[in-house]
Design a protein around this ligand. Structure first.
Ligand SMILES: [Zn+2]
Length: 126
């Protein structure tokens, strides 16, 4: 096969040697046979899925509320940043490219970045 690429761990992006280590990530919009490289990554990936399942409504509700506040006051943007930092639930596509481990970091960096920018420019924006 010319297009063959060795599968990468969906958690840490290292090459997968054992094809039997899989996680059902269907709840996150990913494959129900998402490959991981080790038991440790499997546990970590599963923990991430449990976390997203547990808090997805809180996350979505928080995004919705902070978006509404944004129309009235800059603190809505700060709240949005904090929510993204606490719940770095990136898109399934991002996980496919970066893996869960880096995606979580990316989400936190974006969230903290938004919060930091708003806080630093607080005086100017009010
Ligand atoms: Zn891994």
């Amino acid at each position: 096969m010319s297009n063959f690429k060795s599968p990468k761990c969906s958690y840490c992006k290292k090459p997968v040697a054992d094809q039997n280590l899989i996680v059902n990530a269907h709840s996150y919009g990913l494959s129900d046979k998402t490959k991981v490289c080790s038991e440790e990554c499997k546990v970590q990936f599963q923990a991430f899925l449990d976390y997203t399942n547990k808090y997805k409504f809180l996350f979505l509700g928080g995004i919705l509320i902070s978006s509404i506040i944004c129309f009235f006051h800059i603190s809505g943007v700060l709240l949005l940043g904090i929510i993204i930092a606490i719940f770095p639930f990136v898109t399934p596509h991002t996980i496919e490219i970066l893996g869960v481990k880096k995606s979580k970091v990316l989400g936190r960096v974006i969230g903290i970045g938004i919060s930091a920018i708003v806080t630093m420019s607080w005086g100017d924006l009010l």
